[in-house]
Design a protein around this ligand. Sequence first.
Ligand code: ADP
Length: 453
Amino acid sequence: MIISNNSVKNNRIFTQTQFSLTCWYASIFTGIISLGALGVYEAIAHAHYVTINQELKAVSGTFHDTLEPLLIKPNILENNIQEILPDLCLVNQKCEQNYHQSKYITKFIQQGKYYFQFFDLSGNLLGKAGIEIKGLSIIHQQEELINLKDKNNIRYRQISLLLHTKDNKQWGYLQIGRSLEDFDHYVNNIKWFLLLGLPLLIILVIIASWYLAKKAMQPVYKSYQQIQQFSSDVAHELRTPLAAIKATLDSIMMIKELPLKDSKETLITINRQNQRLINLVSDLLILSRLDSITENSYIPVKTDINLVDLVNDLVEELSFLAFKNNIEFIQKIKVKENLLIKGNEEQIYRLLTNLVINAMENNHENGKVIISLEVEKKEVIIKVIDTGIGISEEDKTLIFNRFYRVNKARNRDKGGSGLGLAIAQAIALYHNGRIELESSVNKGSIFTVYLPK
Ligand code: ADP
């Protein structure tokens, strides 16, 4: 029975899980991106702020050193200061604001970002230069950088310096400020860029998260589908012998007095079906145990196995079946002494038995089955060769699947459940080995088992 792919994909649990995974991914990534954006914003703003501070300190230091040798009397602005600040405008003097060339720090003044204010020791304004500012006249006697805002809400970074005359008397204060308009404009642009870019990024993150969640769900879909397929196959396999037992019992119960001969035949039928059930359940148990090895919950004992002895035993045990099927059963042991490998003897025996029984059951009348044992540098090679019906290219990839039978009706009649090769492969894998298959239809097949030495 094939379970459709859609029934899984349309399953509500999977859609819900994919949705909740998407939400988790999206919220985590959005958090990370938002933090990253905030970090970028802070880093850029901080770097600019530091540069502005350094620039302001450099300008104020240069002015301080250049002006002090020119100051003679406290509280008096000498004329020669105009050489340094050409647009210096004294209080009560009407001045036009134009930035003249000066051999000193014109660069800063020309940029139109700086203002300079001179105050006497009592805090009265003596003169000013640079850009026009409105509503800023606070004197800060400490030489530290502060932020101020004018009437137009433009921010300024300002420093106040106590100046001394040539002969080291206190002269008055110089206040230098720098407009933060360009800085605020730049930082604002970045803020808007990030704020507008963020929703776009979040949309991309949601799309990527949906895709990632879908990718993450795929193996879960697949194994869920396999489990569903497996349960459905198990139910199907159990139903056949159970239905046969029930049908036999129903027909018997309708007969009032059952002759002893018929009752014996009935019991034989029931016993045969019961044996099928026992075989199926024990095969399922083996597979389930081999599956749990990978999850480390079941670890069968590994001992030294003498493969020569094991093959001899197997040939002895299955010779009767070969005889029954009119098959020539040949053994070719190409090793001189005993050949030891580490493994689980019972399982290796089961693996080879499955291959040999298949080779006999899928053979022609008077066909041949050869079991050979040889050894290479790192591997032991066991071949089971038959001259039977062969396996088509299409079936070669499928026969190791659980419950897969090439000819369903024929194999079921023989009592096969389609688990033999799946078990053989699981055993080989557990022993770090592999099974390879060569076959051509109507000529025969070679199953080669490689096991590490
Ligand atoms: P089963 O237990 O029913 O035999 P297996 O898993 O052992 O199932 O085999 C799966 C299918 O592979 C079988 O239906 C059988 O037809 C086919 N097969 C296995 N071995 C051979 C072989 N040596 N030659 C041809 N067909 C084979």
